[in-house]
Design a protein around this ligand. Sequence first.
Ligand code: ZN
Ligand code: ZN
Length: 257
Amino acid sequence: MLIDSHCHLDYFTETERPAVLARAAAAGVGEMVTIGTSLAQSQQAVAMAAAAANVWACVGVHPHNAGGEGGVPAAETIAALTVHPKVIGIGESGLDYFYDKAPRDVQAANFAAHIRAAQLTDLPLAIHARDADEDIASMLEAAYAERPFSFLLHCFSSGRGLAERALAIGGYVSFSGILTFPKSDDLRAIARDVPADRVLVETDSPYLAPVPLRGKRNEPANTVHTARVLAGVLGLSEPALADLTSQNFRRLFTKAA
Ligand SMILES: [Zn+2]
Ligand SMILES: [Zn+2]
């Protein structure tokens, strides 16, 4: 069984969602985590996780939305959203200097609040990193030195240096459909070198459909395509890759029991 460690079910309509979940099950994607991108959407994510046995939720504010909804949330506000038993992590949060949709100092304050929430709750933090490798790494290292916490770099597409610095402080790395793209040789080389006990797979659906579905709307069932490529990169059978990434998922997301 595969687990899609990062998707956005709230981007599908209520009428589409049952079919999306059914296609995931038919493809062998037995569980998924739907991820909040604002406080309001996080509440929707919790409701979706509450409504389906195999859906988990993370709660947080995406860097694109940093500073919205009345300002950067307090860590305690984020932590309070995690009391539901189906909420297994914080996020997504991080830094995105490619789109720069929010000012960088506001993104940093938002990311810091999420790191603090991860420290307060002992739940892992799902991190969005785009064109911000140095600032992500230095914020993680400084916070980790104060108080260790667990995290994953979701939809990894950054440089090798960020992967290495994250791994050095216990981080996990999750690969999306980007791993399947023809031009992703550098990314596949990084994936090959990530320790086997630190890799996860995800879709980040509805975005980033993998080969052979590029250009279409992505959905959790398509985790299989990324998993197949990752299995090839790591020299594993597809069932072994599924077992490995699911074990890694449970070790990181300790609440997903
Ligand atoms: Zn993201
Ligand atoms: Zn996402």
